[in-house]
Design a protein around this ligand. Structure first.
Ligand code: ATP
Length: 498
């Protein structure tokens, strides 16, 4: 299926239908931008996290893990800059009553025609943009317009802007700042409490534990600390399913380096992180891109930053940020805590505050990427020779929720007994497996295709005599006969050589 025709609605509906992802608190009408992962979703999500952990921590001597608490000392968020600076500028539309992030709005502005209004859009398909502009300007070609950011439009010209969901100009308000951190209280009694925050990123737990971890793990700089955990942001504009949630998970690694080595390690980690998506998760290179942050838009701490973006059905969007953070974080914590955060190299005796290269990826955005990248529709001959469309999730077996499905050809005891035994054996052998005996074999194949199980194993009447089963490959539908006592080994080899 072509990327152009894949819609987010198809992914949302498949996710719900097959038990990947549900709206949080659904029976109470739902809770905005919070999501629950069902049986298949949690397998997919755990596989993504486990592959990340193996790739980032287990396969390297110079990266160790940690798991920090979500609630931390409130001064941490002052030191990190989040109390003063972690907010998004939001504009409201008085006509449509909708709210937008100012930096998400793109404005189409005619360079010469003074009488034309400006048109603001947010993540809109090009045909829709063209339709709206042509209609309102009596056919002025869209190519004649310059596309600029809303913030670049001078205040006295903002009255000419038509909001994305409005028909009249001048209905967008001035931007207002919204802090994205959730506040809660520590302590039992109201009035005797201290305000604290749900962490908006996992990184700070790593920075404040730098010395504990360096000393106890006896690592020498350069080395990294990795962590996977929940983060919370009171996002104002939430859409696109699990892409932007209020509660989400991050997979972050902070790599501590000598002050002169930041450029070289920045390049190393860029290459390593790209490789994780292509080689481990099986995402096609063409669906990924680099999006450097322009120098004037860098976060207060960053010397350089680049995003890895993925082509979602709603456009190219960030999945991971790689940042050269300099020594901003350790220096800030040294200043605010009064504790020395410097490092003395045991060989050279040189003492310095290490610089940091950060890799920060979203688990939920990776799940959405995996679903979008895997989704395809294939035509095949169905029951009664009718052409049928089957939807297939072509996951890489490294992340598919299940590896094999065992399907006995009939419900008769003589097949159920031994095929159940085979399923148990594969399960004990470490393969994530399921057993399905309900419906025609064609239907059962399609059920497995739709949840992305790479191999189906059919146990038929011949199996009783020849002690062999048929392995069917999800993507090619090719079938091969394999001896029962070799099935586990053959499937594992196929996964290794995928
Ligand atoms: P955006 O510009 O899309 O808001 P960001 O630049 O604020 O993202 P970072 O602070 O760099 O994001 O966070 C690192 C990663 O955490 C992102 O690349 C993304 O994968 C994930 N992430 C951030 N915010 C959210 C969210 N609200 N929902 C899901 N994932 C998120």
């Amino acid at each position: 299926m072509t990327e152009q025709t894949l819609t987010l609605d198809q992914i949302v509906s498949l996710s719900k239908r097959r038990g990947f992802i549900f709206q949080s608190s659904e029976i109470y009408g739902g809770l905005g931008a919070c999501w629950d992962y069902g049986p298949l979703g949690v397998e997919l999500k755990n596989n993504i996290k486990n592959r990340w952990w193996e790739y980032m921590v287990h396969s390297r001597e110079n990266v160790v893990g940690m798991d920090g608490s979500i609630l931390m000392h409130p001064e941490i968020w002052v030191a990190s800059g989040h109390v003063a600076g972690f907010h998004d500028p939001m504009v409201d539309c008085k006509e449509s009553k909708k709210r937008y992030r100012e930096d998400h709005l793109l404005v189409y502005k005619h360079p010469v025609k003074e009488d034309l209004p400006f048109f603001a859009f947010v993540e809109t398909a090009p045909e829709e943009v063209e339709k709206k502009i042509k209609k309102a300007t009596k056919g002025t070609p869209i190519e004649d317009f310059n596309v600029v950011s809303l913030s670049s439009i001078p205040v006295d010209e903002r009255g000419r802007v038509i909001g994305p969901d409005a028909a009249e100009p001048g209905t967008l308000t001035e931007p207002r700042q919204f802090n994205l951190m959730f506040k809660t209280q520590l302590g039992a009694l109201e009035g005797q409490t201290n305000d604290i925050y749900l962490r908006p990123e996992t990184a700070q737990a790593i920075f404040v534990n730098f010395k504990n971890i360096q000393q106890t793990s006896r690592q020498r700089v350069p080395f990294g600390i990795a962590q996977i955990g929940k983060a919370f942001r009171n996002e104002i504009v939430t859409k696109a399913f699990i892409f932007r949630s209020r509660e989400f998970e991050q997979m972050e690694m902070q790599f501590f380096i000598p002050p002169t080595e930041d450029d070289q390690w920045y390049e190393t980690w860029k290459a390593e992180r790209f490789r994780y998506y292509t080689d481990i998760l099986g995402i096609k290179k063409e669906s990924l891109a680099w999006e450097p942050h322009p120098e004037d838009k860098l976060a207060h701490y960053a010397k350089a930053a680049v995003d890895i973006t993925f082509k979602y059905p709603f456009g190219w969007q960030e999945i991971e940020g790689i940042h050269n953070r300099g020594d901003f974080d350790l220096s800030q914590h040294a200043e605010h805590s009064g504790k020395d955060m410097s490092y003395r190299d045991p060989v050279s005796n040189e003492t310095y505050v290490p610089k940091v290269i950060e890799t920060s990826a979203g688990v939920d955005r990776s799940v959405l990427m995996a679903l979008c990248a895997a989704y395809s529709e294939m035509e095949e001959e169905g029951d009664g020779h009718k052409r049928e469309t089957r939807s297939v999730l072509q996951f890489h077996p490294n992340i598919s929720p299940l590896s094999v499905a065992i399907l006995p050809l009939s419900k008769k005891d003589e097949l159920v007994g031994p095929s159940r035994k085979l399923e148990q054996a594969l399960r004990s052998d470490g393969l994530r497996s399921t057993y399905d005996v309900t419906g025609s074999i064609g239907k059962r194949y399609r059920r497995q295709d739709e949840i992305g199980t790479p191999f189906c194993i059919t146990y038929d009447f011949d199996s009783l005599a020849d002690q062999a089963v048929t392995i069917r490959h999800r993507d090619t539908m090719e079938q091969e006969r394999v001896a029962i006592d070799r099935v586990g080994e053959v499937v594992k080899e196929k996964i290794r050589n995928w």
